[in-house]
Design a protein. Sequence first.
Length: 187
Amino acid sequence: MKVLLIKDVYKLGRAGDVKKVADGYGRNFLLMHGMAVLATPGAMKTAEKIRKQGEVKRVEMNSELKDLADHINGITLTFSAKAGETGKLYGSITTQDVAQAIMDQTKYEVKRQQIDMQPIREAGEFKAHVRLTIDLVPEIKVIVHREGEIAEAESEAAQKTDEKPKRAPRARKTVEETKPAEAEPKE
C-alpha cells in the first residue's frame, strides 16, 4: 500500500513523503490516526503543498523545543534498585520511571512514549534518547546501581582518606591451576 504522509512519522518519513507500507500498518494506524492518506493521483498533486506546510511546522516546533532539548541533553539519572549478586535487577527500569525522573529533575513533562530505550534489567550505565521532534533527539545517561551501593562506596571512600593505603594480597594458585592436565584417551 502506498501512502502520502501528512505528518512526520518516527522511523518512517517526513510530511509530504510517499512511502510503501504494509496494508495493516497503513490502514489500521496511519490512516486511522490521520498521519497519512492513500497515494492517489489527486493526493499526489498536493504532496508539494503538504511538504512545505510540514517544513514550516517542523521549524516552528524545533524553535519552541530547542531550549528544552538543551536543558535535557546530557542529564544523568541515577536509580537505585533491588538486584542480585550478579547485578541482575529483580524488576526493571522502564520508560515511565525515566520520564518521571526527568520531570522531577527538570520540571519539564516528557511522555514515556517519547523516550527511546529498552527496559533496563541489570545494573550499569546506559544511554537513552528523548524524541522531542523528528530533528531534536537529546541524549540522557541512566545509571542503575544496587540498593545500598552508593552508601557503601561513600563510607569506603571516607575510610580510605583516614587510613593508610593497604597493599593488595598476593594471588595464590587454586587447586585446579596446580593439577597437571590429564590426557584424554584417543579413540
